[in-house]
Design a protein around this ligand. Structure first.
Ligand code: WT7
Length: 635
């Protein structure tokens, strides 16, 4: 937060920034309608606001009080009992939505699968029974490492059905990343598939699991969805076939009675150390938060068909492919196709084919579409769209304009939603119908209080950059970091009394918030959080590397790219071949998303006297900028 940055903001923010106001019909027809009124209602009675939202759902036993805030620990819907799958499935099967499509899936070569709510419930109950049969009990952890197929969603819901805690690991992670997550959660079962499919190629997921589970003593079984013909062999006893165990299971599986505060899942996110944090979300609060935002932020109606292009392996997929939309009773579209395969029109073709009404994607994808050109979307009929959204990193004004003009045809509202793995649900956006300001995510949604503060926690005026904080607890906030209370406390104790997000932001006029990027050692690459320390420790695990430092560099397409500086061990010398080897090593251990785009071989790294690598000095040098205060620099 140097002074030069602050001056820039002022210039940008006092200028009358462009706004776009959607057709008043949007506001008139939206579930929320009047943002300001809803926000004032929330401020007037905060617990009452959330109680009202929660009352739209089904509970086995109601709460005795809405929340218990014992700083920095929160509990929501005290003593209430529920099962989230009863709300996502049974609630609809009992009523008008029984034969409505819950899930429409598209794979490569025209493959299509459709599940009504009744069919999805049937599959979930059978798979839940199969899990029970192999000994999975309430509270046990189950790791799900699967491609983007319906069985991934079925596996998640089946865990939730019986109270097992799922830990979904994105199918793009490598074996070391998977191993660490299995070990940290002491997962009893790993659910996987033989292969994933990407751009016409197969990805051997099962062999990554084979490598990962060596030394994972907690793992009793690996369940494999076999997609290939001929089928791969399974190791008897240890490995089980997904469909076989399901076929032999009873059809009915009552939903386990869960306390609102029982854990629903853990999901790992990068932190400032090499070890990712297992973010824990609970059944009650998470259900209310994702239901509320699916209905009121996305404005989901029964006629909608909603497509979130994320993978369920990320929080975006947990909240807005699986739990939120199903709790609302929406039709979810999900696809294993990538935006550039079979050609650059693949997404637009799917929107036309399925008549998608709400489309949710990431700025990195939008910037890629921009580069590929308007000719691709212009080939297709996108008139079914009524809302388009963005998540994962700042939607820069250029990308906003392109999205609004080319995809939104100058009339469709854009929801730029700011949130995190830790928040579980949307926190800041511009509600449907409200004026949109390119570059600004918007204001806190009703139910959420945020501010931009200086390093002492004092609120800063509009136009001054600062740290984004959340000022009060919310139902879908993380409850703990798995087995690491100290790391949980950092969120609420970095600044007294507030939740420190780790992002830099600036308030504009009208309280609209512009997100500027991370303030810590996390690099957001194509919307994915990558810890510098994780990449550094992967590099150092290569026999040629003595030490390394990793920084993020602005990248037109991906927001940031990774650059690594490496000191070699004695006896090794730099070469292009070694550079390629190191990239391959990171790919195999962490996965393709963490691979550095550039690697420089160096003799020394800038360090503080206590030995901490000063990444910001490397970064400043890389970008030709003043490194700022280097008084703690060694030498
Ligand atoms: C970080 C959280 C929430 C799902 C995807 C990422 C960045 C997220 C926005 C946005 C600017 C954004 C932040 C945040 N981020 N959404 N609309 N505008 N930045 O979840 O992996 O937990 O990452 O993503 O830096 O802290 P995550």
């Amino acid at each position: 937060m140097g002074s030069t940055m602050t001056e820039d903001f002022n210039v940008r923010l006092v200028e009358d920034v462009k706004t776009y106001t959607p057709d008043p019909q949007y506001k008139k027809n939206a579930w929320m309608g009047d943002y300001q009124k809803a926000y004032n209602d929330f401020l007037a009675d905060k617990d009452g606001f959330w109680a009202k939202m929660a009352s739209e759902l089904e509970w086995i036993r109601p709460w005795t009080s809405v929340k218990e805030w014992n700083y920095p620990y929160a509990k929501w819907f005290i003593k209430a009992q529920l099962n989230i799958t009863a709300n996502c499935l049974d609630r609809h099967v009992k009523g008008q939505r029984r034969n409505k499509a819950a899930l429409i899936w598209r794979g490569e070569n025209g493959a299509e699968r459709i599940f009504t709510y009744q069919q999805l419930l049937g599959k979930v109950m059978r798979f839940a029974n199969a899990l029970k049969k192999i000994g999975v009990k309430k509270g046990d952890r189950v790791c799900i490492y699967m491609p983007l197929v319906p069985e991934q969603m079925i596996a998640m819901l089946a865990c939730a059905r019986i109270g097992a805690v799922h830990s979904v690991v994105f199918g793009g992670f490598g074996s070391a990343a998977l191993k660490m997550r299995i070990q940290d959660a002491s997962a009893k079962v790993v659910i996987t598939a033989d292969i994933g499919m990407r751009r016409g190629k197969t990805i051997q997921l099962k062999s990554i699991v084979d490598e990962a589970i060596v030394d994972c003593s907690s793992v009793e079984h690996v369940i494999v969805l076999r997609r290939q013909d001929p089928q791969i062999d399974l190791r008897p006893g240890l490995e089980l076939d997904f469909r076989e165990i399901m076929a032999g299971a009873p059809q009915e599986c009552p939903a386990e009675v869960m306390d609102a505060e029982d854990p629903l899942f853990t999901l790992y996110t990068s932190g400032s150390t090499g070890k990712p944090k297992g973010i824990v979300h609970t059944c009650g609060g998470y259900m209310v938060g994702t239901y509320y935002t699916s209905k009121y932020v996305f404005d989901m109606k029964d006629e909608d068909i909603f497509w979130c292009t994320a993978d369920p392996g990320w929080i975006t997929g947990h909240s807005y492919i699986v739990y939120g939309p199903l709790a609302v009773g929406a039709t979810v579209f999900m696809s294993e196709l990538t935006p550039d395969y079979p050609d650059a029109g693949s997404y637009w073709g799917l929107i036309e084919e399925q008549k998608i009404t709400i489309f949710y994607t990431a700025p990195t994808a939008i910037r890629m579409f921009m580069k590929l050109g308007e000719i691709w979307p212009n080939k297709y009929d996108l008139s079914s769209l009524r809302i388009i959204g963005s998540v994962g990193e700042p939607l820069n004004p250029e990308a906003f304009e392109w999205y609004y003009h080319v995809i939104g045809k100058d009339k469709i509202p854009i929801l730029d939603t700011w949130w995190q793995t830790e928040t579980g649900m949307h926190m800041i956006t511009t509600m449907i119908g409200e004026p949109m300001r390119p570059g600004f995510a918007g204001r806190p949604i009703p139910g959420v209080e945020v501010d931009v503060v200086d390093k002492d926690g004092n609120s800063v005026p509009p136009g001054t950059g600062g740290l984004l904080v959340v000022k009060s607890p919310w139902p879908s906030m993380l409850r703990m970091v798995w087995k690491d209370d100290a790391r949980y406390r950092v969120y609420w104790e970095t600044l007294k009394g507030v939740y420190t997000v780790g992002d830099l932001a600036v308030k504009g006029k009208d309280g609209y918030i512009m997100i500027l990027g991370r303030s810590d050692d996390i690099i957001v690459v194509a919307g994915h959080n990558i810890g510098t320390a994780e990449v550094e420790s992967s590099l150092v695990s290569h026999p040629a590397v003595a030490e390394s430092a990793v920084i993020g560099k602005p990248d037109e397409l991906k927001g940031n790219s990774i650059k690594a500086f490496v000191i070699l061990r004695v006896g090794f010398s730099s070469s292009d071949k070694l550079r390629q080897d190191l990239m391959y090593h990171v790919r195999m251990t962490l996965g393709p998303i963490a691979v550095p785009q550039e690697i420089d071989f160096v003799d020394k790294l800038p360090k503080t006297r206590s030995g901490k690598i000063m990444r910001r000095v490397l970064k400043a040098k890389e970008m030709g900028m003043d490194p700022g205060d280097i008084s703690t620099l060694e030498e």
